[in-house]
Write a protein that binds this ligand. Sequence first.
Ligand code: NOJ
Length: 544
Amino acid sequence: MPKWLEDAVFYEIYPQTFYDTNGDGIGDFEGIIQKLDYIRGIGCNALWINPCFDSPFKDAGYDVRDYKKTASRYGTNEDLFRLFDEAHKRGIHVLLDLVPGHTSEEHAWFTESKKAEPNEYSNRYIWTDFWIKKAEGWFGSIGGEADRNGMYIVNFFKCQPALNYGFLNPTESWQLPMDHPDSIATREALKDIIRFWLSGGDSGRGCDGFRVDMANSLVKGDDEKWTGTSRIWQNIRQMLDTEFPEAALVSEWSAPPQAIKAGFHMDFLLDHQGGGYNTLVRNYKMDYATQVIEDDNSYFKKDGKGDITRFLDEYIPWYESTKNDGYISIITGNHDTPRISANLSPRELSLAYALFFTLPGVPFLYYGDEIGMRYLGRLKTKEGGFTRTGSRTPMQWSNTASGVLPAGGVSGKNRGFSTADEAKLYLPVDSSPDAPTVEAQEKDPGSLLNTVKALLRLRHGESDLQGKANLEIIHADKASPFIYRRGSFILAVNPTGKAAEAPVKSGSNIITVANSKPVYAIGGGSIENGVCTLEAQSFGVWKL
Ligand code: NOJ
C-alpha cells in the first residue's frame, strides 16, 4: 500500500477546460503546469487527469485511439513527462485515466480485428459468429461495420468496442474462456500500457498510478459477482506490488468491498441511483431541460429533510470491511455528475466539504468545486457529454467574463481560462455576473475557497484526520447533529437551519473534551457536560 495515500487529497482535472496557454480555446498540459502552485495552495497534493491520449473524442477521450501517445491538443508525451516532473517537485502525485474496458473504434487493434482474415487481433474484441447474431447483455452489439461474419459488443457508446478479457462461463464457441491465450494477451497488453506510463516510457519520468474507468466491466458472461474481473485486477496488482509498489489505482466501481478485494487501493463512492453517498448531496430529481430540481431530500440542504443514516447504513459496513486493506474515496463531484452546487448554497457546500474532508479514506475534489462553480445544464452537448456537459465548463480564474480584453489589455478575458475568441472556446464560460471566481474568492476570507483551504490545512496537520485513522460514530439519527470521532478529535455537523444538540458519549460514559470551544469551526458550537450544541448550519472540531 503506497504510504503517500494516507495524507492524499486529490484534485480532478478535466484537461479540456482547466487552463489554455496557447490560445486555441482548449486547455493544455502547460496550463496544468502553470496552475500547480494554485492546486498545492488549496491543499491538494495529488491529481487525477481525465484521459489525455490520442482520440477522436466522441466520448471526451474515453475512446482511446493510442494509449501511448498524448492528444496533440494538450501537448506531447514530453510535455506530459514535464508535468509529472513539475508536480513531483511540488509534492504532487499524478494519476492518469486508464480505460481498460474498451478502445476507440479507430484504435489500430480494432482496425485489424475487423478484418475477415484471421490475425493477431481477431480476438482482441468480442465478436459473435454470425453477422446478425447479437450478444446478450451489456450495451449492445453492432453489425454491418466490418468484413467479418459477426457482430461486436460495445462497452458504452457505439464508438467503444469492448476489449476481450474472456468469459467467466463461456456458453458459445465464440466466447473465449479467461485462460485462452488471446484473453490473456489482452490483459498483458493492458499491463504494457500501465508499465509504459508508470516508468515514463524511455524518459524514465513516470506517473504515480491510474484512475480506472469502468473497472468492473472487463470479464463478460455470468460475471455478476465480478469473480472473473477481480482475478484480472489481482493479477495486475501483483505486478504493481513487485514492479511499482508506490503506484496507486482507484476504481470506478462504487462497491468498495469488491473493488478493494480485487486489488484496488481506493474505490469511489459514486452517485449511482439510490447509493448512500447520493443521499448526502444529490438526493433529488432534476429536469435536465429546465434544470429545475424537485423533491430535494439531500442531507446537506438547510431544510433538514435529509437523513444521515441513509448514508451511514451503506458506508459503515463498507468502511469496516475495507479499512485495513484500502480506502474509500468520496468525491465532491466528477465530470459525469451534475455539479455539487446545482442544489446547494455556498454554506451548504462548506458543511458537505467539512464532512467529506474529515472522514477516513482519500477525498477527491473536482476542479471548480472549491469555488462552487455552477452546473450549466442547458448547454449543447459536447464530445459525448450530453447532460454531463454542464459540469465541464471552463475553470473560472478571473472576474472578466467577456471574450474581449478589458481596456489596458490585462489578461483575464473568458474568466482567465483562455485568450481565444469566445467562439473558439471548447465550451462557453459561465458569464453570469455573480459567477464564482478564484480571483474574487481569494480576496474574501469567508469564501468557499478559503474554507476549503482551511479544512485541508486542518486535515494535513493532524494524522488523526487523515486516511487511515479510525472512525467511530458517536451520535447519528434522523435528527441533527451528526457526531463522530477520529482518534483524538470529536467532530460534529448540523446542516439544518435550526440549532441542534446531542449527547457526546461512548456507551454511557460522557466523553470529555479539552475545551468546550472547538479548535476549528464553521459557525458556532460547544461541547459542555457531555452535550454538543451547534448553531444552525454549523460544524465543529474539538480536541479530546
Ligand atoms: C465512465 C467515465 O467517467 C465516463 O465519462 C465515460 O463516458 C464512460 N466511463 C465510458 O468510458
